[in-house]
Design a protein around this ligand. Structure first.
Ligand code: PEP
Length: 263
């Protein structure tokens, strides 16, 4: 279903009216985690200033440590809905448990499947039935074939509104959190008709790499990027080290405006 063999034209997926696909360089931006109404609104305003047309923000956070901030849950979803009403930016947010799919889908414009759940097949099937577009991150130890098969689980349930997201893979390299597999973008675009975007924030895990990796994503023909922004990264409850601040946002806006997408 997701293969390009029987579907030679690349697909465009619409999220709250915003297109992602060939001919677009859709910018999705926002806080890693929803923390407070004010922090989320300010991050959304930064996102908008950077040219973002979709807002990201986690209400359910899959953290390595069970002692780390796990997200605000439904309260976070409500904050996202309020910020959408205020800014007009449709919301992309992660769902980590099949039991929460209906709840998250009632607030979100796009459901995100994170790297840790990339092969959680019951969750993939549940989002396939939720009637909302899906952002499917690549598993950090997943091959491109496994990633496409994960997409197939969603598609099999009747949902072809899937956007693939390369977010870095585990390698021996320790200088970055994960290694952005930039070649995965054209490879996946050749194998699948689905749009492919890049997450330069979670792959590098470092603020100073977000803009260079965004340039790489644009150069290689990604259909979009998803980046973390935060009004005060030093107090962020999640991944502050990779969040862009105001000055970076202006540079990001310039990149997205001036670097033409490649087809
Ligand atoms: C995220 O985007 O909030 C996230 C946790 O990303 P990943 O699943 O790629 O680590």
């Amino acid at each position: 279903l997701v293969s390009r063999e029987n579907h030679p034209d690349r697909s465009v997926v619409r999220v709250g009216g915003v297109p992602i696909g060939p001919g677009t360089m859709t910018l999705i931006a926002g806080p890693c985690a929803v923390e407070t109404p004010d922090q989320t609104l300010r991050a959304a305003q930064m996102a908008k200033a950077a040219g973002a047309t979709l807002l990201r923000g986690g209400a359910f956070k899959p953290r390595t440590s069970p002692y780390a901030f796990q997200g605000l849950g439904e309260q976070g979803l409500k904050i996202l809905a309020d910020v959408r009403a205020e800014t007009g930016l449709p919301v992309v947010t992660e769902v980590v448990d099949a039991h929460d799919v209906e709840l998250v889908a009632s607030y979100a414009d796009m459901l995100q499947i994170g790297t840790r759940n990339a092969q959680n097949f019951s969750l993939l099937q549940a989002v396939g039935e939720a009637g909302k577009p899906v952002l499917l991150k690549r598993g950090m130890s997943g091959t491109i074939e496994e990633w496409l098969m994960a997409a197939e689980y969603i598609a099999q349930r009747g949902n072809l509104d899937i956007v693939l997201c390369e977010r870095g893979i585990r390698t021996f390299e320790k200088a970055t959190r994960n290694t952005l597999d930039i070649s995965a973008v054209p490879v996946a675009q050749r194998l699948s008709h689905l749009p492919v975007i890049v997450d330069p924030s979670h792959s590098g895990g470092r603020r100073d790499l977000v803009l260079p990796l965004t340039r790489a994503a644009i150069a290689v023909g990604a259909d979009g990027v998803i980046v973390d922004v935060h009004p005060h990264p030093e107090t962020a409850l999640c991944d502050g080290a990779q969040a862009l601040v105001d000055g970076d946002v202006r540079e990001l806006a310039r990149l997205v405006r001036e670097l033409p997408p490649v087809f």
